[in-house]
Design a protein around this ligand. Structure first.
Ligand code: NAP
Length: 284
C-alpha cells in the first residue's frame, strides 16, 4: 500500500495552530514581500502567501517594483525594512531580473528578519551544524512532512536531485544533520538511475519530468519538489506519479504535497522570528 504524503492536510493543521499563537501576540507580526516585475508564477505565489498570512492575523505588505528597478533601490528598501521595528520578516521573491545580483540583495536582509533562511549568516549556521534563526521554507516543509508520517531519516540513503540554494543544498544539509547518508545529483550527474535506485528517500527538485518507475526501488519514499506546467498547461511535478506511486512506499503529489508545506513553513518562520525578536521563547 502506498501512502500519499498529504501536504494540504498538514498545512491546515499547522496554520490552525499558528492562528492561536498569533492571537496571543500584543501586535501582529508583519511579513514584507519584495516583488520585482510581472512574472506570472511569482504573482500567484505572492498572492497566495499574502492571503494565507492575512487569514492568520499576520500583516502582509507586498512591495512591488518594476522589472527595471536598480539593485541599489532594492537594497535601500531592504535596509529601511531592516530598521523598521514593526517589520518581522522580509522575503525577496525569486527569481530576480538578470541585471540584479540576487546575492547582494539577499545579503542585505538582516539575519533576524531573513524568513527564508538564505542570508550568509543563516545558511552559514545551517552548514556548520549550528541553529540558524530559521531554516529555508521548502526544506523545513519537507522535513516536517517526513516527520508527520514517522519516516526515519537517521542512517537512510537520501538522494537529492537539484542543488539550488533554495531547496537542494539546504535540504541535503538538513538530512545530513539528521545523520542520513546523502548523495547530491545535478545536471552533470552520470547514470542518475543507478544512484536513485539506491535511495531510501528520494527528493527531486529539478523542474522537469525526470523520475520514472525504473529509477526507484520498492517501498522507497519519494518527495517531489518540482512544480511546473506540462505541455497541456496542467500543473505537474518531476515524478511520473501514476507509475512511481505503484512502487513507492510513500510519495508526495503535485499539487498538494511540498507546495502547501512551503507556505506553512513561511508562516511558521514568520511567527518564529516574531517570537525570537520579542523574546517570547524564553517564557515557554
Ligand atoms: P533550480 O534553481 O531551478 O535548479 C534546478 C536544479 O536541477 C539544478 O541544480 C540543475 O542542475 C538540476 N537539473 C536540471 N536538469 C537536470 C537533470 N536532467 N538531471 C539532474 N538534475 C538536473 O532549482 P529550484 O529553485 O530548487 O527549483 C526546482 C523545482 O522546484 C522547480 O520546478 C521549482 O518551481 C520547484 N520549487 C517548488 C517549491 C515548492 O514549494 N513546491 C519551492 C521551490 C522550488 P545544475 O545545478 O547542474 O544546473
Amino acid at each position: 500500500m502506498t501512502t500519499i504524503l498529504n501536504g494540504k492536510n498538514l498545512r491546515d493543521i499547522i496554520l490552525a495552530d499558528l492562528k492561536i499563537r498569533v492571537e496571543k501576540f500584543m501586535a501582529p507580526p508583519e511579513l514584507a514581500v519584495i516583488l520585482v516585475g510581472e512574472n506570472p508564477a511569482s504573482l500567484i505565489y505572492v498572492n497566495n502567501k499574502k492571503k494565507t498570512a492575512e487569514k492568520l492575523g499576520i500583516v502582509s505588505h507586498v512591495i512591488k517594483f518594476p522589472q527595471n528597478v536598480s539593485e541599489s533601490n532594492l537594497i535601500k528598501t531592504i535596509k529601511i525594512l531592516n530598521e523598521k521595528k514593526s517589520t518581522t520578516a522580509i522575503l525577496v521573491q525569486l527569481p530576480l531580473p538578470e541585471h540584479i545580483d540576487k546575492f547582494k540583495v539577499i545579503d542585505a536582509i538582516a539575519p533576524e528578519k531573513d524568513v527564508d533562511g538564505l542570508t550568509p549568516y543563516n545558511s552559514g549556521k545551517l552548514f556548520s551544524g549550528e541553529k540558524p534563526f530559521v531554516y529555508p521554507c521548502t526544506p523545513r516543509g519537507i522535513l516536517h512532512l517526513l516527520e508527520k508520517y514517522h519516516i526515519e531519516i537517521e542512517g537512510k540513503n537520501v538522494v537529492v536531485i537539484g542543488r539550488s540554494n533554495l531547496v537542494g543544498k539546504p535540504v541535503a544539509q538538513m538530512m545530513m544533520n539528521k545523520n542520513a547518508t546523502v548523495t547530491m545529483c545535478h545536471s552533470h550527474s552520470k547514470n542518475l538511475a543507478e544512484i536513485t535506485k539506491n535511495a531510501d528517500i528520494l527528493i527531486s527538485a529539478v523542474g522537469k519530468k525526470i523520475i520514472t518507475e525504473n529509477m526507484v526501488k520498492e517501498n522507497c519514499v519519494v518527495v517531489d519538489v518540482g512544480i511546473f506546467k506540462d505541455e497541456n498547461g496542467k500543473t505537474t511535478g518531476d515524478v511520473d506519479f501514476e507509475n512511481v506511486s505503484k512502487k513507492a512506499g510513500f510519495i508526495s503529489p503535485v499539487p498538494g504535497g511540498v507546495g502547501p508545506m512551503t507556505i506553512a513553513s513561511l508562516m511558521l518562520n514568520t511567527v518564529d522570528l516574531y517570537e525570537i525578536q520579542h523574546n517570547i521563547n524564553i517564557f515557554k
